[in-house]
Design a protein around this ligand. Structure first.
Ligand SMILES: O=C(O)c1cc(C(=O)O)c2c(n1)C(=O)C(=O)c1cc(C(=O)O)[nH]c1-2
Length: 232
């Protein structure tokens, strides 16, 4: 028996993906309080120390996508993400920039790197994301990165909020967020290109949407765990 698949037009598909902005972690109460200037030093430091685990694992997630991806052209562009985070040499890259954010906020590099502040829920959420990229088809893993469509607005709001409300953080430490303002739009343009080119059937589009939902849950759970560990 033949099965028929109804394909959502490319525009409808992209609209459904975009609509996930409603589930993005910018609306998490902890982020709302952060951007309204209502977090204490301890809470900001807790967030920075815990989010480091996400930063550290992003390149491992991207390496998993590379290892599962048979398409040379995609790999050639995707590899840039790993270099953005790891840098080409000591003192470079997003992970280093995040450590400097920690220092600007009054944390030592050691206490960020040795995970002494890392709470179990953050570890579980981040590990789930890396595991997803390792075990799911590579196009779904690419789709899961599409939360970056929504990141630049949050990044711009966060930069303004940090400068306004948290002047005790050395502004030099905010370099990471400025870099992401440029990197995130470039990265998600590529990811969207890949997903729209590969997900042509209703089934594959539904799997891409599920992957993006999963990622929204990863980010939300991560924030829940931080919120619970550093109450008001
Ligand atoms: O601070 C944030 O709110 C935020 C969110 C996201 C995101 O939406 O996944 C990323 C980042 N930052 C980020 O810095 C980053 O490098 C990054 C990579 C990815 C990804 O899924 O490949 N997301 C994000």
């Amino acid at each position: 028996m033949m099965t028929t698949t109804t394909t959502t037009g490319a525009d409808g598909f992209v609209e459904i993906l975009q609509a996930h902005s409603r589930r993005y972690h910018d609306q998490h109460p902890f982020h709302v309080r952060m951007n309204a200037g209502r977090l204490s030093r301890r809470q900001i430091r807790g967030w920075v120390a815990n989010r480091f685990y996400y930063q550290e694992n992003i390149p491992r997630k991207d390496a998993a996508i590379l290892s599962n991806c048979p398409d040379l052209e995609v790999r050639r562009r995707w590899i840039r993400r790993i270099i953005d985070h790891d840098g080409n040499a000591g003192g470079e890259g997003g992970i280093e920039a995040w450590l400097r954010l920690g220092e600007a906020a009054g944390l030592t590099r050691e206490e960020v790197k040795d995970h002494r502040h890392l709470v179990p829920g953050v570890r579980f959420a981040v590990d789930a994301y890396v595991n997803f990229a390792r075990t799911r088809p590579w196009v779904e893993a690419v789709a899961s990165s599409l939360t970056e469509l929504f990141a630049p607005n949050l990044m711009a709001a966060r930069l303004a909020a940090f400068e306004r409300w948290y002047p005790w953080i050395d502004p030099e430490g905010l370099v990471y967020f400025r870099a992401r303002l440029e990197q995130a739009p470039r990265d998600c343009e590529h990811a969207l290109e890949v997903v729209t080119a590969h997900c042509l059937s209703a089934e594959s589009q539904a799997r891409a949407v599920d992957a993006l939902s999963f990622k929204c849950d990863v980010l939300w759970s991560l924030m829940d765990a931080i919120d619970q560990a550093y109450p008001e």
